[in-house]
Design a protein around this ligand. Structure first.
Ligand code: GZL
Ligand code: ZN
Length: 373
Protein backbone atom coordinates (compact mmCIF):
# COMPACT_ATOMS: atom_id res chain seq x y z
CA UNK A 1 0.00 0.00 0.00
CA UNK A 2 1.15 3.52 -0.73
CA UNK A 3 3.09 4.93 2.17
CA UNK A 4 2.20 8.45 3.02
CA UNK A 5 5.16 10.68 3.72
CA UNK A 6 4.24 12.42 6.91
CA UNK A 7 6.33 15.31 8.14
CA UNK A 8 7.10 14.53 11.73
CA UNK A 9 6.16 17.52 13.77
CA UNK A 10 6.82 16.12 17.17
CA UNK A 11 6.53 18.95 19.62
CA UNK A 12 10.13 19.27 20.71
CA UNK A 13 9.66 20.17 24.29
CA UNK A 14 6.08 19.35 25.14
CA UNK A 15 5.73 17.39 28.30
CA UNK A 16 3.01 14.82 28.98
CA UNK A 17 -0.37 15.85 27.63
CA UNK A 18 -1.92 14.35 30.75
CA UNK A 19 -0.82 14.91 34.30
CA UNK A 20 -2.67 12.02 35.80
CA UNK A 21 -1.47 9.87 38.67
CA UNK A 22 -0.01 13.05 40.10
CA UNK A 23 3.03 12.68 37.90
CA UNK A 24 3.45 14.76 34.84
CA UNK A 25 5.46 12.07 33.19
CA UNK A 26 8.51 13.30 35.08
CA UNK A 27 8.19 10.00 36.96
CA UNK A 28 7.50 8.18 33.74
CA UNK A 29 9.67 5.11 33.22
CA UNK A 30 13.23 6.18 32.45
CA UNK A 31 12.96 4.55 29.08
CA UNK A 32 10.32 7.04 28.06
CA UNK A 33 11.71 10.24 29.46
CA UNK A 34 9.31 13.11 29.08
CA UNK A 35 11.34 15.72 27.18
CA UNK A 36 12.61 18.48 29.41
CA UNK A 37 9.79 21.06 29.62
CA UNK A 38 10.66 24.41 28.04
CA UNK A 39 10.60 25.85 31.54
CA UNK A 40 10.68 23.68 34.66
CA UNK A 41 7.10 23.21 35.80
CA UNK A 42 6.42 22.26 39.41
CA UNK A 43 5.17 18.66 39.46
CA UNK A 44 1.39 18.86 39.82
CA UNK A 45 0.05 17.96 43.25
CA UNK A 46 -0.96 14.28 43.46
CA UNK A 47 -4.50 13.84 42.27
CA UNK A 48 -6.97 13.12 45.09
CA UNK A 49 -8.08 9.48 44.83
CA UNK A 50 -11.53 10.34 43.54
CA UNK A 51 -13.45 7.94 41.35
CA UNK A 52 -14.64 10.68 38.98
CA UNK A 53 -12.32 13.24 37.32
CA UNK A 54 -11.35 11.47 34.12
CA UNK A 55 -8.62 13.51 32.47
CA UNK A 56 -10.13 15.42 29.51
CA UNK A 57 -7.80 13.74 27.02
CA UNK A 58 -8.89 10.34 28.36
CA UNK A 59 -12.57 11.04 27.73
CA UNK A 60 -11.76 12.66 24.36
CA UNK A 61 -9.62 9.67 23.34
CA UNK A 62 -12.28 7.16 24.35
CA UNK A 63 -15.27 8.95 22.84
CA UNK A 64 -13.62 10.48 19.76
CA UNK A 65 -13.62 7.71 17.15
CA UNK A 66 -10.95 8.82 14.67
CA UNK A 67 -12.25 10.13 11.35
CA UNK A 68 -11.05 8.41 8.16
CA UNK A 69 -8.07 10.03 6.51
CA UNK A 70 -9.01 13.40 5.06
CA UNK A 71 -8.37 12.38 1.48
CA UNK A 72 -10.31 9.14 1.99
CA UNK A 73 -7.06 7.18 1.84
CA UNK A 74 -6.98 4.14 4.12
CA UNK A 75 -4.31 4.57 6.79
CA UNK A 76 -2.24 1.40 7.23
CA UNK A 77 -1.15 0.70 10.81
CA UNK A 78 1.01 -2.17 12.02
CA UNK A 79 0.61 -3.21 15.66
CA UNK A 80 3.23 -5.53 17.19
CA UNK A 81 1.38 -6.62 20.36
CA UNK A 82 3.11 -8.23 23.37
CA UNK A 83 1.04 -11.41 23.26
CA UNK A 84 -2.07 -12.83 24.95
CA UNK A 85 -0.68 -13.43 28.45
CA UNK A 86 -3.36 -11.70 30.49
CA UNK A 87 -6.91 -10.36 30.68
CA UNK A 88 -5.42 -6.88 30.57
CA UNK A 89 -3.71 -7.70 27.28
CA UNK A 90 -6.96 -9.06 25.83
CA UNK A 91 -8.75 -5.81 26.69
CA UNK A 92 -5.89 -3.79 25.19
CA UNK A 93 -5.91 -5.85 21.97
CA UNK A 94 -9.69 -5.54 21.56
CA UNK A 95 -9.42 -1.78 22.08
CA UNK A 96 -6.86 -1.48 19.26
CA UNK A 97 -8.88 -3.72 16.92
CA UNK A 98 -12.06 -1.72 17.63
CA UNK A 99 -10.30 1.62 17.17
CA UNK A 100 -8.17 0.88 14.10
CA UNK A 101 -11.09 -0.60 12.16
CA UNK A 102 -11.89 -0.32 8.46
CA UNK A 103 -14.97 1.68 9.38
CA UNK A 104 -12.69 4.23 11.02
CA UNK A 105 -10.52 4.46 7.90
CA UNK A 106 -7.69 2.12 8.89
CA UNK A 107 -6.15 -1.10 7.67
CA UNK A 108 -4.70 -2.76 10.81
CA UNK A 109 -1.93 -5.35 10.53
CA UNK A 110 -2.13 -6.93 13.98
CA UNK A 111 0.51 -9.42 15.14
CA UNK A 112 0.41 -11.22 18.51
CA UNK A 113 4.15 -11.67 19.22
CA UNK A 114 3.52 -14.33 21.86
CA UNK A 115 5.84 -12.76 24.44
CA UNK A 116 8.85 -13.44 22.17
CA UNK A 117 11.17 -10.43 21.68
CA UNK A 118 12.84 -11.88 18.56
CA UNK A 119 9.43 -12.41 16.95
CA UNK A 120 8.47 -8.83 17.82
CA UNK A 121 11.63 -7.40 16.21
CA UNK A 122 11.01 -9.42 13.02
CA UNK A 123 7.37 -8.34 13.04
CA UNK A 124 8.41 -4.69 13.04
CA UNK A 125 10.89 -5.41 10.21
CA UNK A 126 7.99 -6.90 8.27
CA UNK A 127 5.92 -3.75 8.78
CA UNK A 128 8.84 -1.68 7.45
CA UNK A 129 9.13 -3.92 4.36
CA UNK A 130 5.39 -3.53 3.75
CA UNK A 131 5.93 0.25 3.91
CA UNK A 132 3.01 0.72 6.32
CA UNK A 133 2.02 4.27 7.18
CA UNK A 134 2.46 3.86 10.96
CA UNK A 135 3.86 1.28 13.37
CA UNK A 136 2.67 0.76 16.95
CA UNK A 137 4.82 -1.35 19.29
CA UNK A 138 3.90 -2.58 22.77
CA UNK A 139 7.43 -3.74 23.66
CA UNK A 140 7.71 -7.14 25.36
CA UNK A 141 10.98 -5.98 26.88
CA UNK A 142 12.60 -2.58 27.16
CA UNK A 143 16.05 -3.56 25.83
CA UNK A 144 17.16 -4.31 22.28
CA UNK A 145 15.21 -1.76 20.20
CA UNK A 146 17.75 0.73 18.81
CA UNK A 147 18.58 -1.08 15.55
CA UNK A 148 15.06 -1.77 14.30
CA UNK A 149 13.81 1.65 15.44
CA UNK A 150 16.62 3.23 13.43
CA UNK A 151 15.52 1.14 10.41
CA UNK A 152 11.94 2.43 10.79
CA UNK A 153 13.19 6.00 11.13
CA UNK A 154 15.38 5.60 8.02
CA UNK A 155 12.30 4.31 6.20
CA UNK A 156 10.39 7.43 7.29
CA UNK A 157 7.71 5.42 9.15
CA UNK A 158 6.48 7.04 12.38
CA UNK A 159 6.66 4.66 15.35
CA UNK A 160 4.42 4.85 18.41
CA UNK A 161 5.71 3.07 21.53
CA UNK A 162 2.54 2.08 23.39
CA UNK A 163 1.71 0.59 26.79
CA UNK A 164 5.25 -0.30 27.83
CA UNK A 165 8.53 1.58 27.36
CA UNK A 166 11.76 1.01 25.44
CA UNK A 167 15.33 1.75 26.56
CA UNK A 168 16.15 3.65 23.39
CA UNK A 169 16.96 7.20 22.29
CA UNK A 170 13.55 8.98 22.13
CA UNK A 171 14.61 10.52 18.82
CA UNK A 172 14.24 7.03 17.34
CA UNK A 173 10.46 7.04 17.73
CA UNK A 174 7.69 9.58 17.27
CA UNK A 175 5.82 9.32 20.55
CA UNK A 176 5.23 7.10 23.55
CA UNK A 177 2.09 6.56 25.58
CA UNK A 178 1.16 4.44 28.55
CA UNK A 179 0.95 4.30 32.29
CA UNK A 180 3.50 5.49 34.81
CA UNK A 181 4.57 2.12 36.18
CA UNK A 182 6.87 3.60 38.81
CA UNK A 183 3.95 5.65 40.13
CA UNK A 184 1.85 2.48 40.20
CA UNK A 185 4.44 0.67 42.30
CA UNK A 186 4.66 3.65 44.65
CA UNK A 187 0.87 3.83 44.94
CA UNK A 188 0.84 0.18 46.06
CA UNK A 189 3.59 0.84 48.60
CA UNK A 190 2.03 4.03 49.92
CA UNK A 191 -1.31 2.31 50.35
CA UNK A 192 0.35 -0.63 52.18
CA UNK A 193 2.12 1.74 54.59
CA UNK A 194 -1.19 3.48 55.28
CA UNK A 195 -2.96 0.12 55.76
CA UNK A 196 -0.31 -1.51 57.98
CA UNK A 197 0.01 1.67 60.02
CA UNK A 198 3.43 0.74 61.41
CA UNK A 199 2.93 -3.05 61.54
CA UNK A 200 5.77 -5.29 60.28
CA UNK A 201 5.58 -6.61 56.74
CA UNK A 202 7.17 -9.79 55.37
CA UNK A 203 6.55 -9.42 51.66
CA UNK A 204 6.65 -11.82 48.74
CA UNK A 205 6.60 -10.33 45.23
CA UNK A 206 5.41 -12.13 42.09
CA UNK A 207 6.94 -9.97 39.36
CA UNK A 208 5.73 -9.57 35.79
CA UNK A 209 7.62 -10.64 32.67
CA UNK A 210 11.39 -10.28 32.95
CA UNK A 211 12.69 -7.08 31.35
CA UNK A 212 9.24 -5.54 30.77
CA UNK A 213 8.98 -1.87 31.75
CA UNK A 214 5.78 -2.72 33.64
CA UNK A 215 7.81 -5.12 35.79
CA UNK A 216 10.81 -2.82 36.15
CA UNK A 217 8.69 0.22 36.98
CA UNK A 218 6.34 -1.43 39.46
CA UNK A 219 9.28 -3.13 41.20
CA UNK A 220 11.24 0.13 41.37
CA UNK A 221 8.27 2.12 42.62
CA UNK A 222 7.26 -0.41 45.29
CA UNK A 223 10.86 -0.75 46.47
CA UNK A 224 11.08 3.05 46.80
CA UNK A 225 8.47 2.72 49.54
CA UNK A 226 9.95 -0.46 51.04
CA UNK A 227 13.16 1.48 51.62
CA UNK A 228 11.17 4.02 53.65
CA UNK A 229 9.88 1.32 56.05
CA UNK A 230 12.63 -0.24 58.18
CA UNK A 231 10.26 -2.95 59.51
CA UNK A 232 9.36 -4.22 56.02
CA UNK A 233 11.25 -7.12 54.47
CA UNK A 234 10.93 -8.40 50.90
CA UNK A 235 11.56 -12.10 51.48
CA UNK A 236 11.66 -12.97 47.76
CA UNK A 237 10.76 -11.62 44.33
CA UNK A 238 10.30 -13.95 41.31
CA UNK A 239 8.77 -13.53 37.85
CA UNK A 240 5.35 -15.08 37.22
CA UNK A 241 5.47 -13.78 33.61
CA UNK A 242 2.11 -11.99 34.02
CA UNK A 243 0.24 -15.30 33.71
CA UNK A 244 -2.07 -17.19 36.10
CA UNK A 245 -0.01 -20.38 35.74
CA UNK A 246 3.14 -18.41 36.48
CA UNK A 247 1.57 -16.83 39.55
CA UNK A 248 0.47 -20.20 40.89
CA UNK A 249 3.86 -21.83 40.25
CA UNK A 250 5.80 -19.04 41.97
CA UNK A 251 3.38 -18.94 44.92
CA UNK A 252 3.66 -22.72 45.36
CA UNK A 253 7.46 -22.41 45.53
CA UNK A 254 7.20 -19.46 47.92
CA UNK A 255 4.91 -21.50 50.23
CA UNK A 256 7.54 -24.27 50.33
CA UNK A 257 10.26 -21.79 51.31
CA UNK A 258 8.55 -19.23 53.55
CA UNK A 259 6.05 -19.52 56.39
CA UNK A 260 6.12 -16.04 57.92
CA UNK A 261 4.84 -13.86 55.06
CA UNK A 262 1.84 -11.54 55.52
CA UNK A 263 1.85 -9.63 52.19
CA UNK A 264 1.91 -10.92 48.60
CA UNK A 265 2.37 -8.38 45.79
CA UNK A 266 1.25 -9.70 42.38
CA UNK A 267 2.24 -7.46 39.47
CA UNK A 268 -0.95 -8.30 37.59
CA UNK A 269 -4.39 -9.79 38.25
CA UNK A 270 -3.77 -13.09 36.49
CA UNK A 271 -0.79 -13.77 38.76
CA UNK A 272 -3.01 -12.95 41.74
CA UNK A 273 -5.55 -15.57 40.64
CA UNK A 274 -2.75 -18.14 40.48
CA UNK A 275 -1.41 -17.09 43.87
CA UNK A 276 -4.89 -17.43 45.41
CA UNK A 277 -5.23 -20.94 43.94
CA UNK A 278 -1.87 -21.90 45.51
CA UNK A 279 -2.80 -20.43 48.90
CA UNK A 280 -6.21 -22.12 48.81
CA UNK A 281 -4.49 -25.46 48.17
CA UNK A 282 -2.13 -24.85 51.11
CA UNK A 283 -4.92 -23.71 53.44
CA UNK A 284 -3.47 -20.20 53.73
CA UNK A 285 -6.11 -17.50 54.24
CA UNK A 286 -5.91 -14.15 52.45
CA UNK A 287 -7.92 -10.99 52.00
CA UNK A 288 -9.39 -8.52 54.44
CA UNK A 289 -10.33 -11.36 56.82
CA UNK A 290 -7.28 -13.54 56.09
CA UNK A 291 -3.66 -13.84 57.25
CA UNK A 292 -2.20 -12.55 53.98
CA UNK A 293 -2.82 -9.18 52.29
CA UNK A 294 -2.80 -9.41 48.49
CA UNK A 295 -1.92 -6.38 46.38
CA UNK A 296 -2.51 -6.70 42.64
CA UNK A 297 -2.16 -4.53 39.52
CA UNK A 298 -4.35 -4.05 36.42
CA UNK A 299 -7.78 -3.61 38.06
CA UNK A 300 -9.41 -5.69 35.33
CA UNK A 301 -13.06 -6.59 35.81
CA UNK A 302 -12.39 -9.91 37.54
CA UNK A 303 -9.56 -8.40 39.57
CA UNK A 304 -11.92 -5.71 40.85
CA UNK A 305 -14.59 -8.34 41.59
CA UNK A 306 -12.05 -10.05 43.87
CA UNK A 307 -11.30 -6.64 45.39
CA UNK A 308 -15.02 -6.01 45.94
CA UNK A 309 -15.20 -9.47 47.56
CA UNK A 310 -12.30 -8.55 49.88
CA UNK A 311 -9.97 -11.26 48.51
CA UNK A 312 -7.58 -8.81 46.85
CA UNK A 313 -7.21 -5.95 49.31
CA UNK A 314 -5.65 -3.37 46.99
CA UNK A 315 -5.70 -3.31 43.16
CA UNK A 316 -3.71 -0.65 41.26
CA UNK A 317 -5.22 0.08 37.86
CA UNK A 318 -3.40 0.35 34.59
CA UNK A 319 -5.92 1.43 31.99
CA UNK A 320 -5.72 -0.82 28.87
CA UNK A 321 -8.01 1.41 26.77
CA UNK A 322 -5.15 3.30 25.14
CA UNK A 323 -5.84 2.96 21.42
CA UNK A 324 -7.75 6.24 21.33
CA UNK A 325 -4.58 8.09 22.33
CA UNK A 326 -2.64 6.34 19.55
CA UNK A 327 -5.35 7.21 17.01
CA UNK A 328 -5.29 10.84 18.13
CA UNK A 329 -1.53 10.99 17.51
CA UNK A 330 -1.91 9.41 14.05
CA UNK A 331 -4.70 11.81 13.09
CA UNK A 332 -2.57 14.76 14.18
CA UNK A 333 0.40 13.49 12.17
CA UNK A 334 -1.87 12.98 9.17
CA UNK A 335 -2.87 16.63 9.50
CA UNK A 336 0.75 17.71 9.90
CA UNK A 337 0.17 18.84 13.46
CA UNK A 338 2.63 18.64 16.35
CA UNK A 339 2.21 15.73 18.77
CA UNK A 340 3.28 15.27 22.38
CA UNK A 341 6.40 13.15 22.87
CA UNK A 342 4.79 11.36 25.84
CA UNK A 343 1.15 10.82 26.82
CA UNK A 344 0.41 9.55 30.30
CA UNK A 345 -2.64 7.26 30.56
CA UNK A 346 -4.79 8.02 33.59
CA UNK A 347 -5.19 5.36 36.24
CA UNK A 348 -5.97 4.97 39.93
CA UNK A 349 -6.03 2.39 42.73
CA UNK A 350 -8.91 0.54 44.42
CA UNK A 351 -9.29 -1.05 47.84
CA UNK A 352 -11.69 -3.54 49.39
CA UNK A 353 -14.93 -2.29 50.94
CA UNK A 354 -14.60 -1.05 54.49
CA UNK A 355 -11.16 0.47 53.84
CA UNK A 356 -10.77 4.21 53.33
CA UNK A 357 -7.52 5.48 51.87
CA UNK A 358 -5.78 8.62 50.65
CA UNK A 359 -4.31 6.54 47.81
CA UNK A 360 -7.24 4.51 46.55
CA UNK A 361 -10.97 4.43 45.82
CA UNK A 362 -13.06 2.15 48.04
CA UNK A 363 -14.68 -0.56 45.93
CA UNK A 364 -18.46 -0.85 45.63
CA UNK A 365 -20.79 -2.61 43.18
CA UNK A 366 -21.46 0.84 41.67
CA UNK A 367 -17.71 1.39 41.01
CA UNK A 368 -17.47 -2.08 39.43
CA UNK A 369 -20.57 -1.54 37.28
CA UNK A 370 -19.15 1.79 36.09
CA UNK A 371 -15.98 0.26 34.66
CA UNK A 372 -15.36 0.21 30.91
CA UNK A 373 -13.33 -3.03 31.00
C1 GZL B 1 0.78 -2.87 31.85
C2 GZL B 1 0.90 -4.04 30.90
C3 GZL B 1 1.05 -5.32 31.67
C4 GZL B 1 -0.17 -5.66 32.52
C5 GZL B 1 -0.20 -7.14 32.40
O1 GZL B 1 0.71 -1.67 31.16
O2 GZL B 1 2.02 -3.89 30.05
O3 GZL B 1 1.20 -6.38 30.72
O4 GZL B 1 -0.03 -5.24 33.85
C6 GZL B 1 0.15 -7.33 30.93
O5 GZL B 1 -1.44 -7.73 32.70
O6 GZL B 1 0.54 -8.62 30.69
ZN1 ZN C 1 -1.24 2.56 34.93
Amino acid sequence: MKKKVVSLLVAAMTVASLTACGNSGSDAPAANPAPAPAESEPAPAPEPAESEAPAPAESEAESEAPAPAADGEVISVGFAQVGHESDWRAANTKNYQDTFSAANGYELSFVDCDNDHAVQIETVRGFIEQELDYICIAPIQSAGWDTVLQEAKDAGIPVLIVDRAVDADPSLYTTALGCDMVAEGEAAGNWLAEYLNGEDANILVIEGSVGASATLGRTEGFNNIVSQNANWKVLDSQSGDFTQAGGQEVMESFIKSYSDFNVVVCQNDNEAYGAMDAMDAAGITYGVDGDVTIISFDATHDGLQYTLDGKITCNVECNPLQAGFAAEVIQKLQAGEAVDAWTLVVDEAFVAPGITSNYAVTMSQEVLDGRAY
